[in-house]
Design a protein around this ligand. Structure first.
Ligand code: NAD
Length: 248
């Protein structure tokens, strides 16, 4: 897909990977809708992205069905279509499954899995009207492998996002390609702050983690590559700092 002139919606584009992706897509010539639950961060991000191209902010909590439907409508109303969706918003809050209330862990699960499904659900309607589209989901290496993870429902949701991506590959037959990036730890502002706090407590980052930390821009690059590559459908790309992207 040629990104120039297209409309892209990035969830959680107020910070971190989403912001880097929004900036990158705008530099490639897309009009970018910043969808974020944090009004201040989202508006500030849209202003930054507008310096590189066209941008518009829409307030959306992606765990809410009505907000997800409305953010897609916003893209179509503001820029005439929805061509690209990046299901990026995610993360988890303590306490986690095993300690947390059902309501709390359900919200973690909703943010990391159901929100991705809602995004695809409403984007499909818009993309079918257009006859084409590219969707990229942001999973995590938390969803891979046999090791325990400190956020069980987060890791489980991310694993499911990768399977969901693979299951939806046949939509490429309608011109709608769904792919996924699976990053290891990314040096976003929030992550760098946590690392700084650990350091201040004398708990330095283990060497393998430091070497494999990704830049948010590296994840944005992999997302843009998947949007561009018309042969990519149902693809999951693992990203680890210092290593080439790996299709898994
Ligand atoms: N940072 C990492 O180390 C890392 C590693 C692998 C995968 N990921 C994944 O990458 C994605 C982005 O992570 P990040 O580290 O850039 O996050 P971040 O915390 O830096 O930014 C997340 C953004 O999403 C927004 N957001 C949170 N909940 C939302 C909701 N319900 N509706 C709409 N917006 C919401 C926040 O307001 C914020 O602007 C997530 O899916 C995360 O799981 C992150």
């Amino acid at each position: 897909m040629d990104i120039a002139g297209k409309t892209a919606l990035v969830t959680g584009a107020g910070a971190g990977i989403g912001l880097a992706t929004g900036l990158r897509l705008a530099r490639e010539g897309a009009a970018v809708v910043v969808a974020d639950v944090d009004e201040d961060a989202g508006k500030a991000a849209a202003e930054r992205i507008a310096e590189a191209g066209q941008a518009s902010f829409v307030h959306a909590d992606v765990t809410r069905e009505a907000d997800v439907a409305a953010m897609v409508e916003h893209a179509e109303r503001e820029f005439g279509a929805l061509d690209i969706l990046v299901n990026n918003a995610g993360g988890y809050r303590q306490p986690v499954f095993g300690e947390a209330s059902v309501e709390h862990w359900t919200r973690n699960l909703d943010l990391n899995l159901r929100a991705v499904m809602l995004g695809i659900h409403f984007a499909l309607e818009a993309m079918r009207r257009r006859g084409a589209g590219a969707i990229v989901n942001v999973a995590s290496t938390a969803g891979l492998g046999p090791e325990p993870h400190p956020g069980p429902e987060y890791a489980t949701a991310k694993a499911a996002v990768m399977r969901l991506t693979a299951c939806l590959a046949p939509l490429a037959g309608e011109g709608i390609r769904i792919n996924c990036v699976c990053p290891y730890t990314v040096g976003t502002e929030a992550v760098l702050q946590t690392i700084g706090e650990l350091k201040a407590e004398g708990r330095d980052l283990p060497e393998p983690l430091r070497a494999e930390l990704l830049e948010p821009e590296e994840v944005a690059e992999a997302i843009v590559d998947l949007v561009r590559d018309d042969s990519a459908a149902g693809r999951v790309v693992k990203l680890v700092g210092g290593k080439p992207p790996e299709v898994i």
